[in-house]
Design a protein around this ligand. Structure first.
Ligand SMILES: Cc1cc2nc3c(=O)[nH]c(=O)nc-3n(C[C@H](O)[C@H](O)[C@H](O)COP(=O)(O)O)c2cc1C
Length: 323
């Protein structure tokens, strides 16, 4: 199969420029190790800086070289989770959704790479100034939580231009080789993918959730806070989550204050039905869910994407030569 070498693969010592996004509900040790064994870099999601999740998923990853992702506002509430993560000597620590500066010195002192996921150009400049080794530019096309303003295709080249020699990774809306080729064309050194990996054999999602992703399309997704409000998850309002719209969304989106007032009752109702009641329960998914059409292994996903990207990029080169 093809290999695409970039500043990211060289910096992280990986074969393919593909990162598994650290997704709380999907990216456990099994999926992270599968991505690493296939030549990318697997990232374990630590949920809301949960030490129990970190211990469990690191054990599940065995001796695979993986990274660990933190949601910064959650880490601020439980900073000792970072010590637990660093004790495991991860390949990288990813920080997103908040101010990374209180943590970068500790991560660097532990000899670990710092990956900052940012949602705006201003955040990218801040991440560069506090020592990020890699910057992920995440557009609002992404599945799960993201910023509200910037789309991937506009944000990535602006961040590339702003952060000098720091490798930039594109996230949001990328699920096939065309997306990887596009990201490289924008100046990125790789991609971070979430939605595509939720529907893989090794993902922690149950079969019904994976099938739901396969059966759904990007038009059905929207950014919203209602699924966080009902679970009393204190996400800053600037970071809504992209999920499949459903009856619960229709009932509460635009009525967030009312939902906040009735949170306890609404949560009891929300949790009362079966886990696969997708009219009510959240399925986080990005615009790229259009491209999720099967449930392969993580290795198959990576091999397909790299091969397709290589052929797309070569096609471009041929056109340039003959044109
Ligand atoms: C199910 C799901 C859960 C996610 N959980 C997290 C998380 O816990 N921490 C985080 O930094 N990003 C999380 N994200 C966002 C990813 O880091 C990434 O930016 C996004 O998946 C990229 O867009 P894509 O879904 O189009 O590939 C999540 C995304 C999804 C789809």
């Amino acid at each position: 199969m093809a290999t695409i070498e970039t500043a990211l693969t060289r910096l992280l010592g990986i074969q393919h420029p593909i990162l598994l996004a650290p997704m709380g509900s999907a990216a456990g040790g099994k999926l992270a190790s599968a991505v690493t064994h296939a030549g990318g870099l697997g990232m374990i999601g630590s949920g809301y800086a949960s030490e129990a999740a970190i211990r469990k998923e690191l054990a599940e990853a065995g001796n695979a070289r993986v990274g660990i992702g933190f949601i910064l506002w959650a880490l601020d509430r439980n900073p000792s989770a970072l010590d637990l993560a660093l004790d495991a000597k991860p390949a990288a620590v990813m920080l997103s959704f908040g101010d990374p500066s209180p943590y970068t010195a500790r991560i660097k002192a532990a000899g670990c790479k710092i990956v900052c996921q940012v949602q705006t150009l201003e955040q990218a400049r801040q991440a560069a100034s506090v020592g990020a080794d890699v910057i992920i530019a995440q557009g609002r096309d992404a599945g799960g939580h993201s910023g509200m303003t910037r789309g991937t295709i506009g944000l990535v080249p602006a961040v590339v231009d702003a952060v000098g020699s720091i490798p930039v990774v594109a996230a949001g809306g990328i699920a096939d080789g065309r997306g990887l080729a596009a990201a490289l064309s924008l100046g990125a050194a790789g991609v971070s993918m979430g939605t595509r990996f939720t529907a893989t054999r090794e993902s922690m999602w149950d079969q019904a959730m994976k099938q739901k992703a396969v059966a759904s399309g990007g038009d059905q997704t929207a950014q919203t806070r209602v699924f966080d409000i009902v679970r009393a998850a204190p996400w800053p309002a600037i970071y809504p989550g992209r999920a499949l719209r459903n009856d619960f969304f229709d009932q509460w989106h635009g009525r967030e204050e009312a939902l906040e007032r009735q949170q306890k009752d609404a949560e009891a109702d929300y949790l009362a039905g079966p886990a696969d009641d997708f009219a009510r329960r959240v399925v986080w998914a990005g615009e790229s869910v259009d491209l999720v059409r099967d449930i392969p292994s993580a290795r198959e996903v990576i091999e397909r994407i790299v091969d397709e990207a290589a052929s797309v990029l070569q096609r471009g080169a041929t056109l340039v030569r003959t044109g």
